[in-house]
Design a protein around this ligand. Structure first.
Ligand code: NAD
Length: 286
């Protein structure tokens, strides 16, 4: 399958991930069309992007003119049809298979036959999502990490029927966005989450087994294992609910007990202790 030169990028869903991906795209110089379900949500995303680009101007990492040019490359819409001219569309909507299948089927009717369709899913099967279209060779995973503008990694995920050209084109876009892309196959959790989720669950179980405090466990892993951040600090940052959800999704697919969320963290989620975002998790935040 011949893939087009990527000039125009579509981003569908401008929440936490999509707005970060759109920010990267406009900063890199891509004409970018962002689709949200309402104009208000689209405007919120634009404000968020403008805010982060403004911070870069303050820190002298970007000139005011570069910021204005970048924002000028962003077009917002609520109409999927406005993505017709995109060479690459990155989907970053809610993590629900039904919604993604519906979206990909609609996208196939709208975009050119050679446009690449990428999903930012964390836990769903890219191959299953590609099943929504009659041209699954153009579907790949582009799994960015949160926050997308800051985290260097993007996992370029080859689904069962992805073409080499689509994978390589997505990889090249990852590089152009200033990321460190890696290639992997479509398996549960891809690479980072497959390794990190059971490891973090082990850490949480050790809290009870070794009767160690969260602070001491974090010290153990930073001072003794060279981790840049302790596991409790990391799970608080990711969000307790997000971690529980990711663990459940991985456990459902791999069925290894280590993948399942430990009882302690499920209880925290049920009690609304969600980490940094709720002000309380393993630690308390101002
Ligand atoms: N948050 C993370 O840490 C993270 C990291 C990597 C990947 N992901 C994945 O990225 C995707 C998005 O996650 P998020 O955290 O940004 O979610 P989010 O809830 O912050 O954003 C999702 C956005 O999509 C919009 N949306 C829903 N349906 C839509 C549609 N049909 N068209 C356009 N917009 C639509 C919603 O209005 C919302 O603003 C998910 O698949 C998630 O698994 C998330």
């Amino acid at each position: 399958m011949a893939v087009p030169e990527i000039r125009r990028v579509g981003v569908v869903g401008l929440g936490a991930m999509g707005s970060g991906i759109a920010q990267l795209a406009v900063e890199t110089g891509y004409e970018t069309v962002g689709r949200e379900v309402t104009e208000e949500l689209g405007e919120k995303a634009r404000e968020r992007i403008a805010h982060f680009l403004g911070r870069k101007v303050e820190k002298e990492r970007l000139t005011a003119a570069e910021r204005d040019d970048a924002l000028g490359r962003l077009t917002l819409t609520t109409e999927l049809a406005d993505l017709a001219d995109c060479d690459l569309v990155v989907e970053a909507i809610v993590e629900e298979l039904g919604a993604k299948l519906e979206l990909f089927a609609e996208l196939e009717r709208i975009v050119r036959a050679d446009a690449i369709l990428a999903t930012n899913t964390s836990a769903l099967s890219v191959t299953e999502i590609a099943g929504a279209v009659s041209t699954p060779e153009r579907v790949v995973g582009m799994h960015f990490f949160n926050p997308a503008p800051l985290m260097p990694l993007v996992e370029i995920v080859r689904a069962e029927l992805s073409s080499d050209d689509a994978v390589e084109a997505a990889f090249a876009v990852g590089e152009r966005l200033g990321k460190r892309p890696i290639r992997c196959h479509d398996t549960p959790g891809f690479v980072v989450n497959r390794v990190l989720i059971p490891l973090l669950n082990d850490c949480i179980r050790v809290l009870d087994e070794a009767r160690v405090s969260a602070g001491d466990l974090d010290t153990a892993m930073t001072a003794g294992a060279g981790w840049p951040m302790g596991p409790c600090t990391l799970v608080d940052l990711v969000g307790i609910d997000v971690h529980v959800h990711a663990s459940e999704a991985l456990y459902e697919k791999i069925r290894e007990p280590r993948m399942a969320p430990p009882a302690r963290i499920v209880a925290m989620k049920n009690a609304g202790l969600l980490g940094r975002k709720s002000g309380r998790g393993f630690y308390t935040y101002e």
